[in-house]
Design a binder for this molecule. Structure first.
Ligand SMILES: CC(=O)N[C@H]1[C@@H](OP(=O)(O)OP(=O)(O)OC[C@H]2O[C@@H](n3ccc(=O)[nH]c3=O)[C@H](O)[C@@H]2O)O[C@H](CO)[C@@H](O)[C@@H]1O
Ligand SMILES: C=C(OP(=O)(O)O)C(=O)O
Length: 428
C-alpha cells in the first residue's frame, strides 16, 4: 500500500493530456462481452477499474490483451459464470455485468457493486428495468440473481435520472425482442459513448444523449473498434488544479462542450478560461471570488467535480455554498480539508466554505476517488507537504496522476506505507 506526498506552493505551467473517460470505459468493457467476435477499445485510461473489469471478463472465459491504451477483447468463449463475490466489490461499474450478461445469456449472478462510498447508492431503477424486460430478479445473500426465458422490449420510465440504470437497461435491451423505450433517461456523454459502441456492434439505438432512448432489439452483435471519449471529470479536475495554482495551463484532448458548467463557474470566480477546439487554456488569478454551486445531472455541474471544486473554494476570498443534489452525503473530504486548515461547515446537503485561509500540509486520508482528488488539489495549494493515504481510491480513476502533475511542475511522489502507518490504517 502506498501514500501520495504533495509538496504545495509550486506554480503550475504547461500542457496536460487527458485520458479516456473512466465512466465510459467501465461500461464499454462489459458491453463488449455481448459481441460474438473481437472488440477493440482505444484510448483506454490506465486506471485500476479497467484492470478489475478485464479480470472479471477473464473470469467468465473471455480473453483480453492490453497494449498501451488499447484493449482487445475476445468474447467468443464467454459463459454465464456467477460472479457473486471477490473483485465485483472493488468498483461500482461491476453492475454493468448484470445488464450485459442478462442481455447475452438471459441469466447472470453478480454480487452487489462497490465503488465510492457516497451514502446510499441503490440500484432499484436498474432492477425495475430488468424486470420490465421480463427478467426475474432476486437478491440472495448480497448477490443479484437475474434470469429470463426471453427478454422482451418494454416502456420504462425511470423514477430517478440514473446514469447506471440508463446504461444497464440499454445493455439488457439491445438483444431483447421488440422495442424498448427508456423515458427520463440520463443524458451524460458517456451514455452516448456506450450507445455508439453498441451501434457499431450492430445494435439499433436512437436518442442516446436525450431523455428518451429507443432501442429496437437485434439478434446478433458483432465485434468492432471504438475509441473512448475524453474523461470530462479528469479534465475538470486538472482545470480546477490549474485554477488553483496555474500560471498558464492547457488541458488537452478534451471536448470543451462537456465542461461548460465548470468553465462558467471558474469564470465567475475570475479565472481566465479559454475553450479551443479540443483543449482548454487556463490562467489563474491571485484573487478568486467566491461562488455558489449546486450539482445537477448533465449538463449541470457534475457531482464528481464537487469535491475537488470545494478545495479550490477555500482559496476564494469570501463564503461559497456548495450543494450536492445528487449525493447529499458526499462530504467525507471536508473533515480532511479541515485538518489542513480549511474553514468549512456542513449542513445537510450543503457545505459552507469560508475561504481565504492558507492551507497547511497535513496527514490526510482519501475516503473515496474524488475525495482523493480534493486532497491532491488542497495539497498543491498548501504550505508544506501533504501525505495522502487511501491512494487505491485515487488509482481507480486518475491515470498517471503523478506523471501528469510533474509535467506541469508539481512536486508529487509516491512512497510505500511503513509498518506503523499500515497498522494505523488497519485499526481505523
Ligand atoms: C461508474 C459510473 O458511471 N459512476 C458514475 C455514475 O454513478 P451511478 O450510475 O451509480 O449514479 P446514478 O446516476 O445512478 O445516481 C444518481 C442518483 O440516483 C440515485 N439512484 C440511482 C440508481 C437507482 O437505481 N436508484 C437511485 O435512487 C442515486 O442514489 C443518486 O442519488 O453517475 C454518478 C452521478 O453522475 C457519478 O457520480 C458516478 O461517477
Ligand atoms: C463516484 C465515482 O465513481 P464510481 O461510481 O465508480 O464509484 C466517481 O467517478 O466519482
Amino acid at each position: 500500500m502506498d501514500k501520495l506526498l504533495v509538496e504545495g506552493g509550486h506554480p503550475l505551467e504547461g500542457t496536460v493530456q487527458i485520458s479516456g473517460a473512466k465512466n465510459s470505459a467501465v461500461a464499454l468493457i462489459p458491453a463488449a462481452l455481448m459481441a460474438d467476435s473481437t472488440v477493440t477499445i482505444d484510448n483506454l485510461p490506465d486506471i485500476s477499474d479497467v484492470e478489475t473489469l478485464s479480470y472479471l471478463l477473464e473470469e467468465i472465459g473471455g480473453k483480453t490483451e492490453l497494449d498501451n491504451d488499447t484493449l482487445v477483447i475476445h468474447p467468443e468463449n464467454m459463459f454465464s459464470m456467477p460472479l457473486p463475490n471477490g473483485r465485483v466489490k472493488q468498483l461500482r461499474a461491476s453492475y454493468y455485468m448484470m445488464g450485459a450478461m442478462l442481455g447475452k445469456f438471459n441469466k447472470a449472478v453478480i454480487g452487489l457493486p462497490g465503488g465510492c462510498n457516497l451514502g446510499p447508492r441503490p440500484i432499484d431503477q436498474h432492477i425495475k428495468g430488468f424486470e420490465a424486460l421480463g427478467a426475474k430478479v432476486t437478491n440472495e445473500q448480497g448477490a443479484i440473481y437475474l434470469q429470463a426465458e426471453q427478454l422482451t422490449g418494454a416502456r420504462i420510465y425511470l423514477d430517478v435520472v440514473s446514469v447506471g440504470a440508463t446504461i444497464n437497461i440499454m445493455l439488457a435491451a439491445v438483444k431483447a425482442k421488440g422495442q424498448t423505450i427508456i423515458e427520463n433517461a440520463a443524458k451524460e456523454p458517456e451514455i452516448i459513448d456506450v450507445a455508439t459502441l453498441l451501434t457499431s456492434m450492430g445494435a439499433n439505438i436512437k436518442g442516446a444523449g436525450t431523455n428518451v432512448i429507443r432501442i429496437d432489439g437485434v439478434d446478433k452483435l458483432e465485434g468492432c473498434r471504438h475509441s473512448i471519449i475524453p474523461d470530462r471529470i479528469e479534465a475538470g479536475t486538472y482545470m480546477i488544479i490549474a485554477a488553483s495554482m496555474g500560471k498558464a495551463v492547457t488541458v488537452d484532448n478534451v471536448i470543451p462542450l462537456h465542461l461548460e458548467s465548470l468553465s462558467s463557474k471558474l469564470r465567475e470566480m475570475g479565472v481566465h478560461v479559454e475553450a479551443k477546439d479540443d483543449s482548454i487554456y487556463i490562467e489563474s488569478r491571485d484573487k478568486l471570488s467566491p461562488v455558489d454551486v449546486k450539482t445537477l445531472v448533465y449538463p449541470g455541474f457534475a457531482t464528481d467535480l464537487q469535491q475537488p471544486f470545494t478545495s479550490l473554494l477555500t482559496k476564494a476570498e469570501g463564503s461559497s455554498m456548495v450543494t450536492d443534489t445528487i449525493y447529499g452525503a458526499r462530504f467525507k473530504h471536508i473533515d480532511e480539508l479541515r485538518r489542513m486548515g480549511a474553514n468549512i461547515k456542513v449542513e445537510g446537503r450543503s457545505a459552507l466554505v469560508n475561504g481565504g485561509s492558507r492551507l497547511q500540509g497535513a496527514k490526510v486520508r482519501a475516503s473515496d476517488l474524488r475525495a482523493g482528488a480534493a486532497l491532491v488539489v488542497a495539497g498543491l495549494m498548501s504550505e508544506g507537504v501533504t501525505e495522502i493515504t487511501g491512494v487505491n481510491h485515487i488509482d481507480r480513476g486518475y491515470a498517471k496522476l503523478e506523471e501528469k502533475l510533474k509535467g506541469l511542475g508539481a512536486n508529487i511522489w509516491r512512497e510505500a506505507l511503513n509498518a506503523q502507518e499500515l497498522e494505523e490504517i488497519k485499526s481505523s
